[in-house]
Write a protein of this length. Structure first.
Length: 367
């Protein structure tokens, strides 16, 4: 009996050691991956640089707002459109459809889950925490990181997934915070802002490029609207605009952090609870759900599709959601504290999520 016990113990030790060695190999692989390390260090250092410039008053009071306006009106639309300038195949098309469906499912799920999570709260505080948890800064904070780590394919999948986000942000979130029905302006913002238009136009070209009028370049035919092939003089400046999205977003985040008092946010227990749920629990829910859906082949996604969703879900408070709370005078102090603390949480946790995603990638569950 003792020999059998010793053998089992030895097997457990071997399994344990192999697990440690495998993890070490994965970690070393991440540390050797210049794209991942470069993206993480760029995000952290540029955010710190933006913080420094604001503290030194090089960035003025309105600098973060001006940078945000440039990002939302020019850089992110260019980035979204550019991401669709690639060939389509059956796998990528099905992936896009699955992510679009999952986008609607997860936001409906979060709307109901947050009611349970915050059931001990009442009134405006409950409504605010529900909305802030459901909607993160996917466009402003998430997509630039996805672009830096996962490239055009990641941005394309993120843009498709984000369609549901915009539908619910400008309908459900507005109604929940205002107490009134969505107005014409919100419907316009839902479908007619520059990022949504760029996404829909780009997605149309990507999906129907085989049916559009063709232009022959060399031995290959391309849809005439594939400007990356047919109008490089137009595509190149768009590429430069798109490249500004990440650094400008990180500078603006740093400048915004420098303007907010940290002490009050750190003393708010509700803000800590919210930030942990938003940045840690919500992404975990997505990982578990997408694992089940992929393994059962009900709604399978690739690793890049999964990574894009997780990065989007691990973002801090959405600017629009926070603006709703302040505009309709619903827990504006709590909203500001949640926004600041979740931003810090996200900046710290985002590199960790990227490492976790690389570990998941090594398991070959999501191909």
């Amino acid at each position: 009996m003792k020999k059998i016990y010793d053998l089992n113990k030895e097997k457990q030790i071997i399994i344990y050691m192999e697990a440690i060695m495998n993890f070490n190999e994965i970690l070393l692989g991440i540390l050797r991956n210049n794209n991942i390390i470069g993206a993480i260090s760029s995000a952290v250092l540029i955010i710190l640089f933006g913080f420094y410039l604001r503290k030194k008053n090089v960035f003025k009071d309105n600098t973060a707002k001006i940078l945000t306006d440039v990002i939302l009106s020019a850089s992110l639309p260019a980035l979204a459109f550019k991401s669709f300038m690639q060939d389509i195949n059956k796998n990528s098309m099905m992936e896009g459809i699955n992510l679009l469906i999952w986008g609607f499912i997860i936001y409906i799920l979060l709307i109901f889950l947050t009611k349970v999570i915050y059931m001990k709260y009442n009134g405006d505080k409950k409504a605010v925490l529900e909305v802030l948890t459901t909607f993160g800064s996917t466009t402003f904070f998430g997509i630039p990181i996805i672009a830096a780590v996962y490239g055009n394919v990641g941005v394309m999948y993120a843009s498709i997934f984000n369609i549901a986000y915009r539908v619910f942000l400008y309908s459900y979130a507005y109604i929940k915070m205002s107490g009134i029905k969505a107005d014409k302006n919100n419907v316009k913002q839902m479908f007619l802002n520059s990022i949504v238009l760029a996404t829909f136009i780009g997605m149309f070209i990507w999906l129907f490029q085989g049916s559009l009028p063709q232009v022959t370049i060399g031995d290959t035919s391309y849809a005439f609207l594939r400007i990356d092939k047919t109008a490089f003089w137009l595509f190149k400046p768009m590429t430069y605009l798109a490249a500004l999205a990440s650094p400008l977003a990180w500078l603006a985040i740093g400048a915004k952090l420098a303007d907010i008092s940290l002490g009050e946010a750190l003393s708010s227990r509700d803000s800590w609870i919210y930030s942990f749920i938003k940045v840690v629990i919500v992404p975990l829910i997505n990982i578990v759900a997408l694992y089940i859906l992929t393994v059962t082949k009900i709604l399978p996604v690739s690793f890049v599709g999964l990574a894009s969703v997780i990065i989007m879900m691990a973002t801090p408070t959405a600017t629009v959601a926070a603006a709703y709370a302040i505009k309709f005078d619903k827990e504006s102090v709590l909203t500001s504290n949640c926004s600041l603390l979740s931003t810090i949480f996200s900046v710290i946790c985002m590199p960790l999520w990227i490492v976790v995603l690389e570990v998941i990638k090594s398991m070959n569950i999501f191909m």
